[in-house]
Design a protein around this ligand. Structure first.
Ligand code: ZN
Length: 457
């Protein structure tokens, strides 16, 4: 009897495992079936390991890549600037670009469905519409003017990425032979907006200012003094000139290192760590399943002096450009922003949509009241420091950065911010590696790209 009871229990658990296993498989089949089907060993969909179906288009319907069944290869835009500007978003047919749609969204191009699998009811692949505007990308690529760097522009209300350009790049229609150590193609396969981290320089003062506004009582009414240099811990922090007496707004506008170094030391390493986390910098964003690189910090390194350098965006800070763009979007949008997305929708060849665009939001990255104060301060930066005349017709709020890097001879130029414009709610990030001055060089790129983005609507 005992034997039968124990066998019954064993059988019961085996049956339970079978039911659970079937359940898990069924869920995975519905969730991931399209990805399994798009695996490169599937000969229905691949010719010589190259996906052989579908088209990729920008938001206006401009074709960026299309499989040519006569020549059995992918054909890209006729415009070589657009081919280079969209390389890191569209990808290449050999899969060298990890973030490219041809690799990451192969399942969207195949026309796969759960009923008939890889042999769809309606033949032909799908059209994958991206949120990008290829002409704005082209403008950004030209504005970077041969520098390494990245430009991102996105709608902080809807999440649509309008511009995503990463340089160096190449023409996917005629890929170059790249040798190890070739500086022209340094990091060419990497999408700098999504997959890289850089020293943020003074753009990080936005985070220090956020923490100061919330954690230091009366900081807005204080008058600081900058004599051009100050000892914090064992570190000498310097400004290019003595800024004299300053309010917090003025210190952000002139990007005073002495004031922001002191503020970081006063805020303390634990609280600054809390703020980079709350700002979403240390997490990873999922852009239609593509995970962005996490920003990294070490606020305990080098005591108070090290903390002061971190507070002004040097030290051990490494920030992902896309995360910083979203932070700017959250400042613009009352504390949280739409999550960036690159897929608009998929459609049959004849234009009938097969998917919807759904908006998703970040959690609260900044308190609403603080976001509003920061927005005013960033508007003040433009009016009193960068010059509204450099951004004709744009109600732009911004922060520049000029970051020193150990790996480069010249400084990296940054510019991030947003438009206060209900018809064009765009947040942006510009990084020009070895570009020099943030507001002059990266600010000029931002203006050129934003003018094109506003006109494109
Ligand atoms: Zn100063």
């Amino acid at each position: 009897m005992k034997k039968i009871t124990s066998r019954t229990i064993v059988c019961f658990f085996l049956a339970l495992a079978l039911v659970a296993g079937t359940g898990i498989f069924t869920v995975k089949f519905f969730m991931e079936g399209s990805t399994w089907s798009a695996f490169s060993a599937n000969r229905h969909l691949y010719t010589n390991k190259v996906l052989n179906t579908g088209r990729i288009l920008d938001e206006t319907g401009q074709v960026l890549a299309e499989y040519d069944r006569t020549d059995n290869k992918w054909k890209y835009s006729n415009n070589s600037y657009i081919r280079k500007a969209t390389l890191h978003t569209v990808g290449d047919s050999t899969g060298m670009i990890g973030t490219g749609a041809l690799t990451r969204f192969a399942d969207k191009l195949t026309g796969y469905n759960v009923i008939t699998g890889a042999k769809p009811i309606f033949p032909g692949g799908r059209d994958l519409y991206l949120t990008l505007n290829a002409d704005v990308c082209q403008t950004a690529y030209k504005a970077l003017n041969g520098h390494r760097g990245t430009v991102g522009v996105y709608n902080y209300k809807t999440g649509e990425i309008i511009c995503m350009v990463s340089t160096p790049t190449y023409d996917p229609a005629s890929p170059p032979t790249i040798h190890d150590g070739d500086k022209t193609y340094d990091g060419v396969y990497m999408n700098r907006l999504l997959s890289a981290t850089f020293i943020p320089g003074s753009t990080f003062k936005l985070i220090t200012a956020t923490a100061a506004l919330e954690k230091i009582d009366g900081v807005e009414n204080r008058t600081f003094h900058c004599s051009g240099k100050v000892m914090i811990g064992d570190q000498l922090i310097t400004c290019p000139d003595a800024h004299g007496d300053l309010t917090l707004d003025q210190a952000l506008a002139v990007s005073c290192n002495c004031v922001f170094g002191q503020l970081a030391a006063e805020i303390g390493s634990d609280q600054l760590a809390e703020y980079v986390k709350k700002a979403g910098l240390t997490g990873s964003l999922s852009i239609n399943g593509i995970h962005t690189a996490k920003s990294t910090f070490d606020f305990t390194y080098g005591g108070k002096g090290g903390l002061a350098w971190s507070g002004i965006g040097q030290g051990k800070d490494l920030v992902n450009p896309c995360a910083l763009m979203v932070y700017s979007g959250a400042i613009a949008n009352g504390g949280s922003a739409a999550k960036p997305q690159i897929i608009s929708h998929t459609a049959f060849e004849k234009g009938v949509r097969t998917s919807l665009y759904l908006k998703h939001s970040t959690k609260k990255l900044i308190e609403e009241d603080t976001a509003s104060k920061l927005a005013d301060m960033m508007r003040n930066n433009v009016i009193n420091q960068y010059g509204q005349g450099n951004f004709p017709g744009l109600t732009i709020c911004a922060k520049s950065g000029t970051a020193q890097s150990d790996h480069t001879d010249e400084d990296n130029a940054w510019f991030t911010g947003f438009l206060q414009d209900p018809d064009h709610p765009y947040a942006f990030i510009v990084l020009v590696e070895e570009g020099g001055s943030g507001s002059k060089v990266a600010g000029k790129v931002a203006n050129t790209v934003l003018q094109a983005a506003v006109k494109s609507e």
